[in-house]
Design a protein around this ligand. Structure first.
Ligand code: GRF
Length: 200
């Protein structure tokens, strides 16, 4: 399956997906990487894999979110993209885009959903005093960070942890979790049916 990855910056999750997709039997090909911010490191890293890249700067569109999303959507369709992967993509998508891609769009969120939706998840975890934390890959639905979870990975919260140490421990798991989750979706083993993940 042809996959388009949307990024906004570093692109470390995109890199782990590109590496996994180099395996001949991996059920997905990273065919396009699109950033909403020009010249971010992730674009350079994608080019290093020989992956086609594009920038659709959201700023000229101002408050017209749908116009920005229509430009992204056209690019995805021109590249015959079948699955959209959000990887460090920092724009909230409108129901218009989400509905178009529902069941074929996934995201990685750095918490054990439904815990700690939104931003600064590691800070939320530390402030909540939880003993374990982690990351979740989920299908994207219109409600933010509320989509059905495909896979999760857990890490311990350790004494002396600060946001950065905890974030780094979670990121190591993200880089393993995302390739596994994308394989589940691209192979058809995991599907979104009536708001739930169906396997088989
Ligand atoms: C990661 O923490 C990921 O969980 C979140 O964005 C952060 C940056 O990801 N979605 P990346 O390094 O840009 O892939």
């Amino acid at each position: 399956r042809r996959v388009g990855v949307l990024i906004s910056g570093r692109g470390s999750n995109m890199v782990s997906l590109a590496e996994a997709a180099q395996a001949p039997d991996y059920p997905a090909e990273i065919a396009l990487v699109v950033s909403n911010i020009p010249d971010v490191a992730g674009l350079e890293r994608a080019r290093g894999f020989g992956i086609a890249t594009a920038t659709v700067d959201h700023r000229p569109f101002g408050k017209d979110r749908e116009a920005f999303e229509q430009a992204v959507d056209e690019l995805l369709r021109l590249n015959r993209i079948e699955i959209v992967v959000l990887a460090g993509f920092m724009r909230i998508l409108t129901p218009w885009f989400v509905k178009r891609w529902e069941g074929r769009m996934i995201n990685i969120h750095p918490s054990l959903l439904p815990l700690f939706k939104g931003t600064h998840t590691h800070r939320q975890a530390l402030e909540a005093g939880v003993a374990e934390h982690g990351c979740s890959v989920h299908f994207v639905v219109p409600e933010l960070d509320a989509g059905p979870v495909i896979l999760q990975a857990k890490v311990p919260v350790l004494p002396g942890d600060d946001e950065d140490r905890l974030a780094q421990r979670v990121l190591v798991e993200e880089h393993k979790l995302y390739p596994a989750a994308l394989a589940e979706v691209a192979s058809g083993r995991a599907r979104l049916v009536d708001g739930a993940v169906i396997r088989g």
